[in-house]
Structures are given as structure tokens and as C-alpha cells.
Design a protein around this ligand. Structure first.
Ligand SMILES: [Zn+2]
Length: 152
């Protein structure tokens, strides 16, 4: 079982990831790209992705390239990595006062086909989570961090 709480996650995982540019790490790209719309399910967020996007992209070593545009209820903003120059697109959507989600896709798509998650989902329908088969509950914290930091 993963022992990460959100507080420990920020201390250990975020600190490790922020040590250097992770843009070319397939597992890093994969986890922040989680989008419930890929599964035909109701709005669902992945906590791992929300925390990573907040700390590594919005408050990390990425520079916003625009103010953001609104499209069909989504807020879309482009960011550039200060170290490698790669560009990514953040989509943020609110569905109700306490339901939202974010996901990030890099222009240079290097995503792995599967990734482990540690913190889990929040969504309108718990039964929907079973339909997500490429994000797999982590059982090993060290392996989880390795997947988000190791280049192929
Ligand atoms: Zn980078």
C-alpha cells in the first residue's frame, strides 16, 4: 500500500520531482495528462495530477505563455519549461463549486502507456473509476517516484 498522504506527497514526491526538469520523463507526462473524458465517464479528477500540476507547472519552473483562453467551458493556458523549453497546454475546467479538474499535455507527446498513481480519484461516480485501466494503484512508493523521474 502507498503511505502517501497529501502532506507527505508534497514533501517527498514534489520535492524530488522539482529537483530537475522532468518534461522528457514518460511517466511524468502520463500522470499529469489524466483526462476523464478519455473514458466516457462523469467528471473525475486524479489528486496526483492536480497536486503535480499546481506545484510543478503553475508554481514551478514553467512560464505562462499567455493569459489563457476560454473554450467550451475549459480554461486553456500554455506554459514553457524554463530548463528545456518544451511547451505544454494546461486545461482547467470547473463543473460545480467543489468539482474541477486539470490536465496537461506536452506538444512533444512522450507519454508512457500506463502509470501508477498514489493518491487516487475524486468524481461524481465511484463505479466509473474501474473503467480507468491505464492508471494503476501504486503499491510501492519508491517505484512510484522512480516512474515519475526516470528517463527511459
Ligand atoms: Zn523541461
Amino acid at each position: 500500500m502507498s503511505a502517501f498522504t497529501p502532506a507527505r506527497y508534497i514533501e517527498e514526491v514534489i520535492q524530488e520531482i522539482k529537483n530537475e526538469c522532468r518534461c522528457a520523463v514518460p511517466g511524468f507526462q502520463k500522470i499529469i495528462s489524466f483526462n476523464f473524458e478519455d473514458y466516457g465517464i462523469s467528471p473525475t479528477l486524479l489528486w496526483d495530477a492536480e497536486i503535480l500540476i499546481q506545484h510543478v507547472i503553475r508554481d514551478g519552473d514553467f512560464v505562462p505563455m499567455d493569459e489563457g483562453i476560454q473554450r467550451h467551458g475549459d480554461s486553456i493556458r500554455h506554459f514553457k519549461c524554463k530548463s528545456c523549453g518544451r511547451i505544454c497546454t494546461e486545461t482547467y475546467t470547473e463543473y460545480s463549486i467543489n468539482m474541477y479538474r486539470s490536465f496537461v499535455i506536452f506538444d512533444e507527446d512522450l507519454r508512457s502507456s500506463k502509470i501508477n498513481y498514489a493518491l487516487g480519484y475524486r468524481g461524481f461516480e465511484q463505479s466509473d473509476f474501474d473503467k480507468i485501466t491505464d492508471f494503476i494503484k501504486s503499491t510501492d512508493d519508491a517505484n512510484y517516484i522512480a516512474n515519475l523521474t526516470k528517463l527511459p
